[in-house]
Design a protein. Structure first.
Length: 233
């Protein structure tokens, strides 16, 4: 049973979402502000967190930043309807996805399940060696899907599940273009719709992380109006 943490200062949202997730078989713990959640996470980390952005004491952005210092567990942001800046900033800081308020609880459940499936597949040591799980070496890049590890020029790079899957999809076939729709299929469940900006934000954040290992990293090329491709260096 996966443990899901819900962090939101709206008690009505906490109660209704908790009931929905528990009915779906999840173990759910709730917090009504970021500081309370951080205190709880320091004692026991959940398998996934769903965070509101605007909260008292410690907001979702601050909590996300602190969590990414210790864990790469999947994190979904809950954002206001018109808060595009928060969505993009959250993705760049390390969130795996976002859901806009007011939201469909069924959509939230599907996104939670999709991210947990990816996390479990990547972390499992029982997965056989396939095209999706074998080690990828492309020039200075090395990726080990079974261990969720990435290095560039020998320097380790920490990626979220979504970032890892996008990089893997591009690096498997260097020189071949992947459209945004194809990358959406890789990174998201079939029942979950995201727009182009979400994929673009993930790619920007992925590049930024790779440049922490090499500030001249340029292996991911944008083809405007078409998509992205990985150029082996």
């Amino acid at each position: 049973m996966s443990k899901i943490a819900l962090v939101d200062d709206d008690r009505n949202i906490l109660t209704s979402v908790q009931m929905t997730l528990e009915a779906e078989g999840f173990d759910v713990v709730t917090y009504n502000d970021g500081q309370a959640a951080l205190d709880g996470f320091n004692k026991s980390l959940p398998d996934m967190a769903v965070l509101d952005i605007k909260m008292p004491r410690m907001d979702g952005m601050d909590l996300l930043q602190r969590l990414r210092q210790k864990t790469q567990m999947p994190i979904i942001f809950l954002t206001s309807k018109d808060d595009e800046i928060d969505e993009v900033l959250g993705l760049r800081m390390g969130a795996d996805d976002y859901v806009k308020k007011p939201f469909s609880q069924r959509l939230l459940v599907e996104r939670i399940r999709a991210l947990l499936r990816r996390q479990e597949a990547i972390e499992s040591e029982e997965v056989g060696v396939t095209e999706e799980t074998k080690v990828i070496e492309r020039g200075e890049l090395r990726m080990d899907p079974l261990r969720h590890s990435v290095s560039w020029k020998g320097n380790n790079v920490t990626l979220t599940v979504t970032e890892f899957l996008l990089l893997q999809a591009l690096a498997v076939r260097p020189g071949f273009v992947k459209s945004r729709d194809q990358l959406m299929d890789v990174a998201y469940d079939d029942q979950v719709y995201v727009d182009d900006r979400t994929i673009d934000s993930h790619i920007k954040r992925l590049r930024k992380k790779m440049r922490t290992a090499d500030d001249e990293f340029s292996a991911i090329e944008t083809l405007y109006g078409i998509g992205y491709r990985y150029n082996e260096e």
